[in-house]
Design a binder for this molecule. Structure first.
Ligand code: SF4
Length: 284
């Protein structure tokens, strides 16, 4: 079985999201997951369509809420590999509260953000990842807000897996998603995924000129949070690769004790009359 289905994506030709779809499918296959063991939960935006394009369990949720749903899926069935995905507007604006708390909770979900620095589905407005001065229909004189440094924010929020990649580098992106799926805890993978229709600044060429691969930095150690933070600040966040990983911190599921340890889908729902009467009495 593979992860392709017969639904044709309706992204614009050249959209970076095609590569993210391919990378998720390849990564899942490479780590030995089968379609019935994978759940893809997405938010709203062009990127939110991705859950319908992969042969797996899929749920196209509501704006900014892919993470609460994905965390619920994981808690209900621990045997699933759970991927949440969406755009930078979805995850870093309306959904930012969920993103930060999922990070500190360290629940075993791989969160893949397709970061195109713009709202594409609504035809091009400034997003939390747009650079200061960025001109769109919502900021015709240029944005007066600075771009959100999400990788730095993830580090300070206690993330145990922080990575960044680029749609053009399918090999690296696939590898990082594999590592995220295998990481026991929350993994955040931010993917520079160009919107070829509305973002004429952050193009494929722009990223090729401005991104620095961590592979080219001598003695880069992804276990050092200090080095990760310093490197992000030196390069204005424009780095690709595994930025930071902490394998020591237990995941949320490992920490849960005494409640729902097996996951709701594994619990015996049959109930004898005596137990039912006891429970009913407690509510009287
Ligand atoms: Fe991709 Fe932009 Fe087209 Fe949306 S509008 S499908 S983000 S290229």
């Amino acid at each position: 079985k593979d992860f392709r289905n017969n639904v044709k994506p309706n992204w614009c030709p050249g959209c970076g999201d095609f590569s993210v779809q391919a990378a998720i499918q390849r990564a899942a296959a490479n780590v030995g997951v089968v379609p019935e063991e994978l759940a893809v939960v997405s938010g709203i935006g062009c990127s939110g369509r991705i859950s319908g394009y992969i042969n797996s369990y899929g749920l196209h949720g509501i704006h900014g809420r892919s993470l609460p749903i994905a965390q619920g899926v994981k808690m209900a069935n621990r045997e699933l590999t759970v991927v949440a995905s969406g755009g930078d507007g979805d995850g870093f604006a309306i959904g930012m509260g969920h993103t930060v708390h999922a990070i500190r909770r360290n629940i075993d979900v791989t969160y893949i953000v397709m970061d195109n620095q713009i709202y594409g589905l609504t035809k091009g407005q400034t997003s939390p990842r747009s650079e200061m001065g960025f001109k769109t229909k919502s900021t015709p004189d240029g944005s007066i807000e600075s771009s959100l440094n999400v990788m730095e924010l993830a580090l300070t929020a206690g993330s145990t897996f922080v990575a960044q990649s680029f749609s053009s580098d399918l090999k690296e992106l696939t590898s990082l998603i594999e590592q995220g799926m295998e990481h026991k805890g929350f993994s955040l993978i931010n993917v520079f995924s160009p919107c070829v229709t509305f973002n004429k600044v952050n193009t494929y060429e722009w990223f090729k000129e401005n991104l620095t691969s961590l592979n080219t930095i001598e003695n880069y150690d992804p276990n050092s949070k200090v080095q990760a933070m310093n490197t992000l600040m030196e390069h204005n966040g424009l780095v690709t690769g595994l930025i930071y990983q902490n394998t020591e911190k237990p995941s949320y599921e490992e920490m849960v004790q005494g409640f729902n340890e097996e996951g709701l889908t594994k619990q015996d729902l049959t109930m004898d009359e005596t137990k039912f009467n006891q429970l009913a009495a407690e509510f009287m």
